[in-house]
Design a protein around this ligand. Sequence first.
Ligand SMILES: [Zn+2]
Length: 259
Amino acid sequence: MLTLLIAGGFLIFPCLASPADVPLIHPGPFGPDHITLNDGRVVDLPPPTVALYRMLTQTGRLHGRHTMRPTDAEGQAGIELRHRHEPYWTSRFGDRSRTPESAYLSPIEHGWLSVRPGYKPGHRAEDIFAPPGQRVFAPATMLILHAGYLSKTAGETVVGFVPAPPGQSRARYFTFVHIDVSPVRARVGEVIEAGTLLGHVARGDEAVVGNGLGRLPHVHFAIAEERPDGQLEGIRVWDLLRRAMSPRTNVSRDRRPIS
Ligand SMILES: [Zn+2]
């Protein structure tokens, strides 16, 4: 840790330190926080979790839909902190081959999609419906950045990172929201193969399912890439998921995206 250089309050990742010496997520300017659940329980968020949330979303509300948005300065700090981490995460990914998009696996067994894409402003993602207990898998080889509680809305979430392919500038962030993450919790910081078990579709405990509580059980699935302004935004994944989930895909005629 002595090789770490602090500049302007931010960590600069050294070239010489081994991955074991450097934290996967440095909190940057973000401190600890906590979430109060609807039943009064309190979930403590360590600084790296708060920092990751700010790196993933510059407009998202950690404490839920009707709470304060982050300031522009906090949003920009999140972007800058992510930019400082990406070379390090890329080096941890190493020379593992990136799964081609055409070879992405289905993230969930026996799940189904809405009959129409659920991609819209405020929901740059798709919901994959499945009964509680169904297994959730990594569609692609990825570095696990997080497996645990993330925010009031998300509940327990797995976040995976895939570096930009050679010659391309955009990394991909996979998020699997409202799932019980216990199977992969111990592998945070590791690169896992496509098809690795990440978690299970959760039952109704707000500490796990976030705002999925009381709704049809589903996994909120997103693949985010950086926009020209630096913010991350989910790409359209409905067609990609239909391909990956075929031939077992069961496209429902009577269900709509819900969150
Ligand atoms: Zn959703």
